[in-house]
Design a protein around this ligand. Sequence first.
Ligand code: ATR
Length: 272
Amino acid sequence: MQPKKFGVIGHPIGHSLSKVMHTRVFKEMNLPHTYEAFDVAPENLEQFIKQTDLAGINVTIPHKVEVMKLMDALDQSAKDIQAVNTVKFDETKTGYNTDGIGFLESLKEEGISLANKNILVIGAGGASRAILTSLKNSEARIFLANRTRQKALDLNEQLNLNATVISFDQSTFEKYLPTISIIVNTTSLGMHPHEDASPIPKESLKPNHIIFDVIYNPLKTKLIKDAESIGCKTISGVNMLVHQGAQSLRIWLGIEPPIQAMKEEVLKNLSN
Ligand code: ATR
C-alpha cells in the first residue's frame, strides 16, 4: 500500500493529541501512513495549503475559518458550521467539519437518544455552533444559554434552530434545569487554567441529568466532578475529540478506526 501523509495545522500547535491519536490508529491497523503536527503562522497559511503534499489535514485554532477561503469545495458540514476542521486533498481541496458528527457519535456510543429530550447547550462560540448544527435534525428540543445573550439569539436565528434562548444566570437555570435531560458545556469555564469555574452551580444539578463537557483539559472539570458526585452520567471532551478524529479518518481513507484504542491513547497522553 502507498503510504500517505497526514497532519494537523495550528498556531501554536504544542504537544498534539491528534498526532498521537492518529499515529496509534495507523499502528493498530497496520497502515503505512504517518501523521505530524505543523505549526503554521497565519501569514503562511495560504502557502502551506497550496504547496502541501499531505493527503489530509486537521485544522485547529486559529485557522478554522480562514482556511475556508482556500478550499475548492466545502462539504455541507463546513457550510453549516462555517468552519473547517478537516481537509481532504486529491484533485481538489475539500473542507469538512467533523465536530458535529463527533458530538452525535459520542452520545450514540453511550446509548443516549435525543428523541423528545430537552437539551441545554451553554455557550455560543465555535464549539456550540457545531453542536447546535448537529442537533438541528434531531428530535431534541434545544435550550440555549450564553453569557452574552445576544450571541445566543443571533445563533438561534442564523441556524434557524427554533431554540428557547434562556438567560445565563442561576435563577433561570434553577427554573429550567428540572425539565432538561442533557446539559452540554461548550464554554471555556472549567478549562485549564480556570479549573475552579463551572457554568452550573452544583446545587442546580439533579442525578438524572446527563452532563456533556466538551473540555478535555482537565479531563474532569469541576462540572464533571460535581455531576459525578451526585450520580449523574457524564461524558468528557475526550469522547468528542476521538469521534471527530474518527470521522476525519473515514473521510480521508474510508476506514473504520478503532475508537477504544484512540481513546486509550488520548487518555494516556492527557495523564502525562
Ligand atoms: P470555542 O470555539 O471553543 O467555542 P469561543 O468561540 O471563543 O470558543 O467561545 C467561547 C464561549 O465561552 C462563548 O460562548 C463565551 O461566552 P461569550 O459569548 O459571552 O463571550 C463563553 N465564555 C468564555 N468565558 C466565559 C465566562 N467567564 N463566563 C461565561 N461564559 C464564558
